[in-house]
Design a protein around this ligand. Structure first.
Ligand SMILES: *Cc1c(COP(=O)(O)O)cnc(C)c1O
Length: 519
């Protein structure tokens, strides 16, 4: 039985298979509302006797859905929706073309004798019908302005990858191998290569990647670890989870990354590790930290959860420290359909220990060398990640294009600072974080929100001021830059699937805020 038709959030035009029965009495083909069309048809029309070279059906509907079926012969349907174009050749009765609302539509190249049927969700309604292409474009622009701009729509990448993802998932389901195995090994190999490192070990999430890397290096009770005050809290939680104590340091004002001079000043005799974070996808300044780590015998662990594909002086993030921790949380530049993470390193003994720790500390089925835990990358997520890794280069390139668009559109707005890029950095724009001075950040966020434009704050409270770290006794004022960033930063929509016109709407709206008369 065919599963029920669901209209995905992306609601793209697509073909649906219709059951067909052939016997000596002839052929019977069926389209049902619940399983095939996804709507209850209220109207049927069909085209016949279209002269050679004829072009039909040139129009769009604002809210009506259709299912087009070629009963006999063949015809080509061209569709346009939100800037994407689609082309389908309908040449058999057991395929229905689902046409979502808001598609500009042209049918051409009819074979002689063609009968093309259309099931529609509504009866004819003149107010729903758009007959001129220019009117369609105007209507789309108006509808887009009303829809706003999502901060992030994780379903959009599916339109790009539908077939590949489905194939990968069904391959895993049919393999019978649901823990470990070749899918995980294949992704680990590919991801290590991508990072320019010798080894990668899949784990359950980014927090575990950080934790297991520290634990594998023997860092624990009585040790301190230096990390920036302005990062996602997981960086600090990993330190606490192994029993060590986080030592926060302030960040550079323009990149929001750990300040190497502050890190040097914060070292204590019991410091065993440094964790720079490639925040927002801009690499941290690793060379001075590397020198510091070498001088004092410290473990240099990159938190690369926001830096997949970023480069520092030409070298990929993840290959520069002694080890790197990655997260494949769904919203990261490389994301899974759930939680996932990895530790990457050139140190084979370190990654072997991480693997063992994440698998109950087991050497083999019956021998447990250490008190480990269960933290593994699922083959299902690994198969998805392998597909997506193949597209990461093009997605990061698209992020760069959009960051450049913001830079051109917002470069000269008084009161607004754009993120700095160091000459040696190739950032991947995990987040496009601007700064708004003068206590107006929250007002800008509201101004965007009423226009339906999503935004975010990374991060509204530095870790030393979180209740979870009250025990450290660090009062407000300890890290003035991190604390100022917390009240000034605002992340604008930017991922690989935002359209140019969406970014332009954000730019217009931000400019409008700053050009409006000040209170
Ligand atoms: C996302 C993130 C993590 C944690 O990753 P999870 O997979 O969510 O556990 C750690 N550090 C940074 C900087 C992150 O952005």
């Amino acid at each position: 039985m065919t599963p029920p038709v669901k209209h995905a959030a992306t609601d793209m035009p697509r073909l649906v298979a219709l059951p067909i029965f052939k016997n000596e009495l002839g052929t019977l083909c069926v389209a049902e509302a619940s399983r095939h069309t996804g709507f209850t048809p209220r109207r049927l029309y069909f085209m016949t006797d279209v002269p050679a070279g004829g072009v039909r059906g040139v129009h769009a509907h604002k809210s009506l859905r259709q299912c087009m079926i070629c009963f006999k012969g063949a015809a080509t349907v061209e569709l346009e929706r939100r800037g994407s174009r689609f082309r389908f050749r309908l040449d058999r009765p057991d395929r229905g073309l689902l046409v979502p609302p808001g598609c500009w539509r042209v049918v051409r190249d009819f074979a002689p004798g063609t009968v093309l049927g259309v099931l529609a969700s509504e009866e004819y309604d003149e107010t729903d019908y758009i007959g001129e292409y220019a009117d369609f474009l105007a209507w789309e622009a108006e509808a887009a302005a009303k829809r706003g701009v999502p901060y992030l729509d994780p379903t959009r990448s599916l339109a790009d990858l539908d077939g590949e993802i489905d194939a990968a998932i069904s391959r895993v389901l049919r393999s019978g191998r649901y823990i470990g195995g070749p899918e995980v090994e294949r992704f680990e190999r590919a991801f290590a290569d991508y990072c320019g490192a010798a080894h990668a070990v899949g784990v359950a999430n980014g927090l575990d990647a950080l934790t297991l890397a520290l634990q594998a290096r023997g860092i624990g009770r009585g040790d301190t670890v230096v990390l920036p005050a302005n990062t996602f809290i997981a960086t600090a939680l990993a330190v606490s989870r192994v029993g060590a104590t986080p030592v926060f340091v302030d960040v550079e004002e323009d990149t929001s990354n750990i300040d190497p001079a502050a890190a040097a000043a914060a070292l204590r005799p019991d410091t065993r590790a440094l964790i720079p974070v490639h925040l927002y996808g801009h690499p941290a300044d690793i060379d001075p930290l590397r020198a510091l780590a070498d001088r004092h015998g410290l473990f240099l662990l990159e938190d690369a959860a926001q830096g997949h594909g970023a480069r520092y002086k030409g070298r990929p993030c993840g290959s520069i420290g002694d080890a790197a921790a990655f997260s494949f949380y769904p919203t990261k530049n490389l994301g899974a359909f759930g939680d996932a993470g990895a530790v990457v390193s050139n140190d084979a003994s370190l990654t072997a220990t991480v693997r063992r720790l994440g698998n109950y500390g087991a050497e083999n089925r019956d021998e447990h060398l250490m008190q480990g835990l269960n933290s593994r990358l699922d083959p299902l997520q690994a198969a998805v990640l392998s597909v997506r890794l193949g597209h990461l280069g093009e997605w990061n390139a698209r992020r760069r294009v959009l960051a450049e668009r913001y830079r051109e559109g917002l470069g000269n707005v008084a009161g607004l600072s754009l993120p700095a890029v160091r000459p040696w950095a190739e950032p991947v724009w995990h987040v496009f974080s601007v700064r708004v001075a003068g206590g107006r950040r929250d007002a800008l966020q509201r101004h965007l929100e009423v226009a339906g434009i999503g935004s975010n704050i990374h991060y509204p409270r530095p870790i030393h001021l979180q209740p979870a770290y009250r025990e450290l006794g660090l009062p407000a004022g300890t890290f003035p830059i991190a604390e100022r960033l917390a009240v000034e930063v605002l992340s604008l929509p930017l991922d690989a699937f935002h359209r140019d016109d969406e970014i332009d709407r954000v730019i217009d709206r931000v400019r409008g805020f700053f050009s409006a008369a000040r209170p």
